[in-house]
Design a binder for this molecule. Structure first.
Ligand code: PEP
Ligand code: MN
Length: 349
């Protein structure tokens, strides 16, 4: 408790000092200039290295607009790298085995989050997901436990040793969420919040954290890749993209999953791309089939909402976040045995 209070005190003190010097959450102009100058220098160097090995670049192509993440632009001088591979707290991302991130949509209570964390760990998940700050359509819906939720996630990590994936929605919370998270999730609604992308990219670069970028509610391929580019441009190296379906007003489903879009992303970038069969369908009975479709479409992994077997529709008087799409823990366990032998294709025709 003492350590926690001390930590909160430090966060608030840093925030206060920051606010004295800066008019808002954005970096001041000089500092930004330096960052961009540095990045431009880096890009120039990388580009001349590319030219040295691949010959002069042709005229500006669309993929140059997301040159740091484009497979086409980097393939040659990164030694024909198929997918970037990296580790987060010892967990391999971009490997032959699909990366499985699972957990509650939102942390509602200590008991709920710890029980789900233990069951997904026992089932063989690689990372634990869970929202402490939740982007909810209605302001009257449960908004997440905030800092308390992050503390619970940190305890779940202590117990299960699973790295934590949790959403960051607010530039002012980057330090706080970043302190607890191993992977900072940018939600669909914030895919084009460029100021947030930059701040999260910079934090992730400085602290070697991962970033999970979810595809927006109705994005073009280029928009997703350019959003990833914003993060990469700040120096973040451990970026994962997650296809989470599109908001189709003509459709009775919550969202429509797009395995073909995931495959297009895989072709366009060397960053690992995973699929979210939970938010892209909104219905638990569809999750295993759509998950399989994502894996068929060369997904590097999956992000899955899980609830307890005996989960009620409410916890502590609040409706359980995304209850209808949460896979029951025992179904998740079965699903994990079904996909045990799955390999991630590293090449395709
Ligand atoms: C989530 O993963 O909890 C979430 C809110 O997803 P999305 O941003 O895709 O809606
Ligand atoms: Mn959710």
């Amino acid at each position: 408790m003492l350590v926690f209070s001390l930590h909160l005190f430090i966060i608030l003190a840093v925030e206060r000092i920051r606010n004295q010097f800066y008019a808002g959450p954005l970096k001041d102009a000089d500092e930004s200039m330096n960052v961009y100058q540095r990045n431009e220098d880096m890009l120039r160097q990388e580009k001349s290295a590319a030219s040295a090995q691949t010959g002069p670049q042709s005229a500006k192509t669309e993929s140059e607009e997301y040159r740091l993440v484009a497979r086409e632009y980097f393939a040659k001088y990164r030694g024909n790298l198929e997918t970037s591979r990296f580790t987060i707290r010892g967990v391999e991302v971009g490997a032959d085995k699909p990366l499985i991130i699972a957990g509650p949509c939102a942390v509602h209570s200590y008991e709920q989050a710890i029980a789900i964390a233990k069951s997904v760990q026992e089932a063989g998940a690689d990372m634990l997901r869970g929202g402490a700050y939740k982007p909810r359509t209605s302001p009257y819906s449960f908004q997440g436990l905030g800092l308390k939720g992050l503390e619970i996630l940190a305890e779940a990590r202590e117990i299960t040793e699973l790295p934590i994936v949790t959403e960051i929605m607010d530039q002012l919370k980057v330090e706080e969420v970043g302190y607890y998270a191993d992977v900072l999730q940018i939600g669909a609604r914030n895919m084009q919040n460029y100021a947030l992308l930059r701040d999260v990219g910079q934090y992730a670069a400085e602290h070697e954290k991962g970033v999970l970028l979810k595809t927006g509610p109705l994005p073009k391929l280029k928009e997703v890749l350019c959003a990833a580019e914003y993060i990469a441009l700040e120096g973040a190296k451990k970026i994962i993209i997650c296809e989470r379906g599109i908001n189709n007003p003509a459709d009775s489903m919550r969202n429509t999953p797009r395995p073909n879009f995931l495959l297009e992303l895989r072709k366009a970038t060397y960053l690992p791309v995973i699929g979210d069969p939970s938010h892209s369908t909104g219905k638990r009975d569809l999750v295993p089939r759509i998950a399989a479709e994502f894996l068929d479409a060369a997904a590097n992994g999956l992000l899955i909402d899980v609830i307890r077997d005996d989960e009620k529709e409410t916890i502590g008087g609040e409706k359980v976040c995304d209850y209808e799409q949460g896979m029951k823990a025992s179904d998740f366990k079965r699903f994990m045995t079904e996909i045990k032998t799955r390999k991630v294709p590293q090449k395709w025709p």
